[in-house]
Ligand binder design. Structure first.
Ligand SMILES: [Zn+2]
Length: 286
């Protein structure tokens, strides 16, 4: 075959040869020609280089396209996680601040030596009212229970050393005097108190705090305050209200529903007068 014609055939076949789509007879023909024709060999080398670069660039572009797509999805996922994380953190910080604030406010009252607390609880059609008068070391506590069966009351009078108890169940009045263990005062409960900062953050993270008005008082309603509460069915939906102004707890869902009223520095000696002992049968204190 004339060389020019061979070159023309090889020239036509080269692209297919490089992409390995020529048959083995053509391959042999091309390879034989390339071994003898420098011009076509050069052409082959150039074409081969060019086509390989092209295909590798294409693969690279595809790879980057895919990579970019994945990167965008990843960016969106990270963005969503970040937003949720930031929202949770901001909300937790808000709650830590509220709890911290409540603790600071209540500390003004918690060590008061002169206060009156009234708690009212309704449970199973029984109303229980506990009134505590505290002035220095003297505590008078009156517990009244109203039910369909009637009213009964119990009065504890306690100084630092002894307690006198007066029981009136409607039919009889009994007094037990000079019991050596003084009763504990009904302390001003601080349920927003946590042992440590860690616990405070854990509580803040878990609990929900909402602003609500209760009997005209601006309150925070706090639910799920105790992290462990989530796992105790008895405590489900357990909540309490604190007065925004004072930090004092004014309602909770312990034992039904209990409401609290407080007065400070108004208890006088008159509030601490024991019942008339002559009306009571004194029972021996054994
Ligand atoms: Zn040639």
């Amino acid at each position: 075959m004339e060389k020019k014609i061979e070159c023309g055939i090889v020239y036509d076949l080269l692209p297919n040869y490089i992409e390995h789509v020529t048959n083995e007879y053509s391959n042999k023909f091309i390879e034989n020609h390339l071994n003898t024709c420098e011009e076509c060999k050069k052409l082959y080398d150039n074409l081969n280089n060019e086509m390989n670069t092209n295909s590798s660039t294409k693969a690279e572009i595809n790879f980057f396209k895919k990579y970019k797509k994945h990167l965008n999805i990843l960016k969106i996922i990270i963005g969503v996680i970040l937003i949720i994380g930031i929202a949770l953190t901001v909300n937790t910080i808000r709650k830590v601040k509220i709890l911290d604030n409540a603790q600071n406010k209540i500390s003004e009252y918690i060590n008061s030596s002169n206060y009156y607390i009234k708690s009212t609880t309704y449970e199973n059609n029984v109303e229980t009212i506990v009134e505590t008068y505290k002035k220095d070391n003297v505590i008078l506590q009156k517990i009244t229970q109203n039910s369909q069966e009637g009213t009964s009351s119990l009065i504890n009078y306690s100084n630092n050393e002894t307690t006198n108890t007066y029981i009136n169940n409607g039919d009889s009045k009994i007094a037990i005097l000079d019991v050596k263990n003084p009763i504990m005062a009904t302390d001003i409960e601080n349920w927003t108190y946590t042992q440590s900062k860690k616990e405070c953050i854990a509580s803040a993270f878990m609990c929900s705090i909402k602003s609500e008005k209760l009997n005209g008082i601006n309150c925070y309603k706090i639910t799920n305050f105790y992290p462990a509460q989530k796992f105790m069915p008895d405590f489900n939906d357990f909540y309490f209200y604190i007065d925004k102004e004072t930090g004092l707890m004014i309602k909770n869902s312990k034992d039904g529903e209990t409401n609290y009223e407080y007065k400070f520095n108004v208890v006088t000696d008159k509030d601490l007068i024991e019942p008339n002992i002559n009306e009571y049968i004194v029972q021996e204190n054994s």
